[in-house]
Design a protein around this ligand. Sequence first.
Ligand code: MN
Length: 379
Amino acid sequence: MKTLSILGSTGSIGTQTLEIVRKFPNEFKITGLTTNKHIELLKKQIKEFKPEAVAVMDEEKADLLKADVPVYKGIDGLVKIAKLSEADTVVNSLVGSIGVLPTIKAIESHKNIALANKETLVTAGSIVMEKVKQHNISLMPIDSEHSAIWQCLNGEDKKTVNKITITCSGGAFKNKTKKELEKVTAKDALKHPTWDMGAKITIDCATLMNKGFEVIEAHWLYNLSYEKIDVILHPESIIHSLVEFNDHSTIAQLGIPSMKIPIQYALTFPKRFKNSELPQLELKKISQLNFKEISNELFPCLDYAYKAGKTGGSLPAVMNAANEIAVYAFLENKIKFLDIASLIKKKMDEHKVIKNPNLNEILSVDKKIKEETKKEIEE
Ligand code: MN
């Protein structure tokens, strides 16, 4: 039996993870759960899954939660849950750079990590991968693309990889012109054509920043240079990614767009569990798979991510911090869609890169850039 703590258990990935856990009561036990502020849902989860302890990020909300188990609060609370001694695996489905520290603390406590939080590897990839090696734990990706690459590489010699191709649905605005993009709203962006996800990541999909994050994550997860990582538009989201080997054979992983498949694989690896409730792929109903090159002019965030990744140091943390603030400002209709990319570019251009930053330097860059970006939006 695996024992799991889920950071961000009331979000999109968190609730879907609990659905998998519910399906296999003899395989998984829940040790800890956390929420940002959804305490009503957390209460139900406590009743059903009986964790040892929980944490609420929002301290005022934490005070409102009456439970039979210890309730920790704030970032210290998230870290406490990440370190709970009874858990062998921590599922990190937090959104934003808040997810970095709990991942690192969990690794230092010898937990295996099932990682959905993108910011962990984007902002602190070098530190995290070093810790993974040092503590000899398993890092399992919960993302359709990285899960696909992981499955394609299963049993292969990584030295024989020529390149990987990450597929990209294109988000809500893939068919828009520059003129149209000037006027799109958060409401338009939240109608994602193939994937059902949280608000932040849905906007990241519309700007292609999400794909940029995935390129940086793939670089760290699979130890590949950026020249070997390609991205292609594939609107149907059926092929989740591909790996080309040195004999020019290419292996792809396919499935209908449901996060439950990569979540379950991360939880059951190296085994596969039968789950007939997971949707089947029926290619005859789809009939056509399309591929197209991505327009860097319309969606510059992907280029920014390659630049941030190749430069390394503190630059990816700057890109992420500016993006995080800009996306929430766009969701609140405070800035326009195209302002997201402009703000990111401005903060990246201004930044004097710190080479080989330590964790504190990364976290303080994150804080500083977030404050500056907020200020610029308000002015
Ligand atoms: Mn993805």
